[in-house]
Ligand binder design. Structure first.
Ligand SMILES: Nc1nc2c(c(=O)[nH]1)N[C@H]1C(S)=C(S)[C@@H](COP(=O)(O)O)O[C@H]1N2
Ligand SMILES: [Mo]
Length: 418
């Protein structure tokens, strides 16, 4: 492998000017990501890789779906959805006290007492209180995000206040429609404090009804789902059908089964999107990828190529002593994608009037990166990437345990053949 100095010089020559220029607005851009204007700014392979990058936002129907149910609620027929209240004109929600651990509510809302919360009531609240924000939806048990979206909804607290809680409220439980079968139930919960007050710099927990500017599809949990900005997917209950205010002091999430850490916030980690399948000796190697920007933000993405036969000290299981090099963080995209028009739906929290993010990368969202590595001699190598979070902690630290969200260091084998 090239010595460190060569690597740095080469890396800088190939990428610095390009990325700086791209960051200044990418006037020549024709695709989602800023493109190279002239051919001497980097190898054509970099241009090609950037052209093929995924769009920033994921279309609703392109999210990966891991939801449970027999049948899964979104696969029901149109008539069955109407009967189950899974359409905008039939949806209604009960907001009630937990009989086992009663919360003191002055005016519970329920179908039984003839005053459930309806979709039109939600739209009334939306006129005054709606918010939109970017969030990546990730399952804590799956290594890659299910999709990246801009979610619109009404803060959940607006609904909680409609029930006029007075005292003895310590948690909010929510569950989704699951064929009226207790065995299929999917529930999650939050402390009342998180629902009523947003920690500094976090959007509110919402009753979500739109994704990327479109009505929330049935597959994504429509007509209404919960979205919790800083959490893994299992807190964002789909096909919301019941909200219970309780004085119970602890969670009862379905995901507590299966050994999951139900108090985990989104972690920061990096992964590759494209690695050349068969690089030739000496040919610059272009790698692209994304990172999930977790609760503690993202400072850097780094890459490292290790010759296959190199020994590694056993006490350095996270490769902290390796000669990691910074990759380039790509600018915000020119086109956001995720819908027919690809335009940004409205003005999400943290964006300015011109529709550009006030800070980059966005927290609790995805970002993209690229690296141009100098050519390698024939041989076998392992490529790795990692993040350094906003506190300076290198992935998988500070939280390396899988059941709190996957974030092990990705490794890809590279075979360079003459
Ligand atoms: N009602 C209901 N909500 C649910 C689930 C479910 O099975 N039923 N799965 C959860 C899990 S585990 C994840 S990771 C996310 C996935 O959201 P998505 O389908 O929009 O990608 O939905 C969550 N909400
Ligand atoms: Mo999940």
């Amino acid at each position: 492998m090239a010595p460190l100095d060569d690597f740095l010089r080469e890396h800088e020559r190939l990428t610095r000017r390009f990325f700086l220029r791209a960051g200044l607005g990418g006037a020549a851009a024709t695709a989602c990501w800023p493109l190279i204007g002239t051919s001497d700014d980097g190898p054509p392979a970099l241009q090609a890789a950037l052209e093929k990058l995924e769009s920033y936002l994921t279309r609703q129907d392109e999210f990966r779906d891991v939801s449970r149910g027999k049948p899964i609620p979104h696969t029901l027929s149109a008539e069955a959805k109407q009967a189950a209240g899974l359409t905008r004109d039939t949806w209604s929600l009960d907001v009630v006290s937990d009989p086992d651990n009663p919360a003191d509510l002055k005016s519970p809302l329920s179908a039984e007492t003839g005053n459930p919360f309806t979709f039109s009531a939600l739209m009334e609240l939306a006129k005054k209180h709606s918010v939109i924000f970017a969030k990546v939806m990730t399952c804590n048990n799956i290594g890659c995000p299910l999709g990246m979206g801009i979610w619109e909804g009404v803060p959940l607290r607006e609904l909680v206040w409609l029930a006029q809680p007075r005292r003895n409220v310590r948690r909010v439980f929510f569950k989704g429609f699951h064929n009226d079968d207790p065995k299929q139930e999917f529930r999650s919960s939050l402390p009342i404090g998180r629902v009523l007050e947003d920690p500094f710099d976090l959007p509110p927990v919402i009753l979500c009804y739109k994704l990327n500017g479109e009505w929330l599809s049935s597959e994504r949990g429509g007509p209404v789902r919960i979205v919790v900005p800083e959490c893994y997917g299992f807190k964002s209950v789909k096909w919301l059908s019941r909200l219970t205010l309780t004085n119970l002091w602890h969670a009862n999430d379905t995901y507590a089964n299966g050994n999951n850490d139900i108090d985990s916030w989104l972690k920061t980690f990096a992964a590759t999107l494209s690695v050349p399948p068969a690089p030739k000796p000496g040919e610059p190697i272009v790698v692209t990828g994304y990172a999930q920007v977790g609760i503690s933000g993202l400072r850097r993405v780094q890459v490292w190529v290790q010759p296959e036969d190199a020994e590694w000290p056993r006490d350095d299981r996270y490769f902290q002593k390796a000669p990691w090099q910074d990759a380039e963080i790509l600018s915000p995209p020119q086109v956001w994608g995720g819908s027919e028009s690809g335009a940004l739906p409205g003005r999400p929290i943290g964006f300015n009037e011109d529709g550009r993010p006030e800070r980059w990368p966005l927290r609790l969202a995805k970002m993209h990166w690229a690296a141009v590595l100098p050519g390698l001699a024939a041989g076998e190598y392992t490529f790795r990437c990692r993040t350094i979070d906003g506190n300076g902690k290198a992935q998988p630290l500070p939280r390396p345990f899988d059941k709190s969200g996957r974030n092990s260091i990705e490794q890809v084998s590279l075979i360079v053949e003459a």
